[in-house]
Design a protein around this ligand. Structure first.
Ligand SMILES: Cc1cc2nc3c(=O)[nH]c(=O)nc-3n(C[C@H](O)[C@H](O)[C@H](O)COP(=O)(O)O)c2cc1C
Length: 333
């Protein structure tokens, strides 16, 4: 048992001065990740929470460049940062702190006392309430003021959030989504990886359980997210399933660069957007396939002007509460 800043304790009750370390680690581990792979190792080291990417949990087929791994870890870092702020301490964040270790993605060190702002408290409170919602949304549009809030949340992390409103663009992105999805499903390596993580009865602490897949959209839904579906027998599907809304609110998060640092910042922006949505009662889910197939991602980029880099596609709308997805029980400490 290592000491946390001199004050210590049991694995369940770490404190370091006024810092509740376990709470910080839990906040980090609540981040979203593709296939719920949780591709990180979180630990308290000396006086900071460290976030290390875990290459063994990278999706080698869907995510060969570890872009999505870094998005997830960028989101974990934001959660830790907000949790530190909610505990009334300054949060000092360093991204890629060790040039010799490409998997050491960031650290957050609690600093001197500083009460959180109202929005920091709001976002921190949203961390345990944010869950991916794959149900249909009710179709009411999101008010402009809410879109502005989410746009500003992305801008805080030097990214842009673009809502797709033009009919031609929406149709094109929907077609690209279907194409990417078909391409992935035709690739045995992708399917094997997917089956390893999704609907696997033996997986209890990671991957996506069958129960979450049971509310899957049907194959004929126009916008097909992915982490569901073929693993679910028809009888398991919800009896009242009505398919996804025809015209969901779709937003694309774009970054100004496409290297490791940009991916971490995009992950932070993604999480700020998601928490802002949650804080306002807005549900969210992801549409990853078009950004996982390199040639299709190039087309998405061209569709959106060809200058910025598309990192995340979100479906947003008014939903209902959804249950959490499991996490590994003990973050590494
Ligand atoms: C980069 C990224 C891509 C994702 N892609 C998809 C997707 O294509 N379809 C989907 O249903 N969920 C997708 N997810 C959501 C994950 O499955 C989800 O975050 C994970 O199961 C944990 O659940 P939670 O978000 O409810 O905590 C994605 C998440 C991330 C971070």
């Amino acid at each position: 048992m290592a000491a946390a800043g001199g004050t210590v304790t049991t694995r369940e009750g770490w404190t370091s001065g006024t810092t509740d370390v376990v709470q910080l680690l839990r906040a980090g581990a609540s981040a979203p990740s593709s296939h719920n792979s949780q591709p990180w190792r979180l630990r308290w080291h000396h006086d900071a929470v460290e976030v290390h990417g875990d290459p063994d949990r990278r999706l080698a087929v869907a995510d060969p460049d570890a872009r999505e791994l870094r998005l997830a870890c960028g989101a974990a870092l934001v959660n830790v940062r907000l949790a530190v702020r909610a505990q009334g301490r300054r949060a000092h964040t360093q991204l890629l702190p060790d040039p010799a270790d490409r998997w050491f993605l960031g650290r957050v060190r609690p600093g001197s006392a500083l009460p959180p702002s109202a929005w920091e408290s709001e976002l921190a409170a949203a961390i345990p309430r944010r869950h991916t919602d794959r149900h249909p949304f009710d179709g009411r549009p999101l008010p402009a003021v809410l879109r502005d809030h989410m746009g500003r949340a992305a801008a805080r992390e030097s990214c842009r959030l673009v809502f797709l409103t033009e009919t031609g663009e929406r149709r094109r992105l929907r077609d690209l989504t279907s194409r990417a999805h078909r391409q992935q499903r035709a690739d045995p390596a992708f399917v094997a990886e997917w089956e390893h993580w999704i609907g696997h009865a033996a997986r209890e602490e990671d991957g996506l359980p069958r129960a979450h897949a049971a509310h899957a959209p049907r194959a004929d839904d126009a916008w097909r997210p992915r982490d569901f579906g073929d693993v679910v027998a028809d009888s398991d599907r919800t009896a009242h399933h009505v398919g996804l809304e025809d015209e969901p609110t779709v937003a694309v998060l774009l970054s100004y660069d496409d290297g490791a640092l940009a991916h971490l910042r995009a992950g932070a922006a993604m999480q700020q957007v998601l928490l802002t949505a949650t804080a306002h009662g807005v549900g969210s889910s992801f549409v990853a396939p078009p950004l996982e197939v390199a040639a299709v991602r190039d087309e998405v980029r061209a569709l959106l002007g060809g200058v910025l880099w598309p990192q995340v596609i979100l479906r947003l709308g008014w939903g209902r509460p959804v249950p959490p997805t499991p996490r590994r029980r003990h973050p590494d400490v």
